[in-house]
Write a protein of this length. Structure first.
Length: 173
């Protein structure tokens, strides 16, 4: 499906990609789910990916709730901006190095449900009209929601598929 442009598409693709992500994860053994990746990256394992998704859900949820409550805030917390967010991602990664794998699963499942519930509370117009809310800048709220859900889930699946390919190559040696 192309990038969502309606509330229905946003929910459908978000839920669909989240389901696909966990089907992919659950196709691995428990040991494989928790093992380190065979390639160099900031995210060293599936837990790191799930925590990354969880933290970006939190950014979205906190940003929306804060602005809806009249407390103007940026999507990215200070001191970060769209040029420096990779450093923020590293801080988020470091924050969760002691988070157990099963806790990362619980956290991302809960935050995904919270994001979808919040998306459902908005109208199609509120989600996909550019500048409907002053705090979304020149874009739409839906664009941020797509980025934090279905697009991010695509990113996560690509990384896990890369690991699966590495696992298969190692087992064929």
């Amino acid at each position: 499906m192309a990038r969502p442009t309606t509330k229905e598409q946003l929910i459908e693709l978000g839920e669909g990609n989240f389901t696909k992500l966990f089907l992919l994860i659950n196709s691995l053994s428990e040991e494989e789910q928790e093992q380190s990746f065979f390639f160099e990256d900031r995210d060293k394992n599936i837990r790191d990916i799930l925590i990354h998704l969880y933290e970006w859900h939190q950014l979205l949820l906190n940003w929306i709730v804060s602005n809806q409550s009249g407390n103007k805030s940026n999507f990215l917390p200070k001191p970060y901006n769209w040029k420096t967010y990779p450093q923020m991602n590293l801080v988020l990664w470091e924050k969760h190095q002691k988070t157990p794998y099963q806790e990362s699963v619980r956290l991302v499942e809960k935050s995904h449900s919270e994001v979808i519930a919040l998306v459902k509370s908005f109208t199609n117009e509120q989600l996909f009209t550019n500048q409907y809310f002053s705090w979304t800048g020149t874009t739409s709220l839906g664009s941020y929601c797509v980025s934090a859900t279905s697009s991010h889930y695509d990113w996560a699946m690509k990384k896990i598929k890369k690991q699966i390919k590495c696992i298969k190559q190692k087992s064929n040696l």
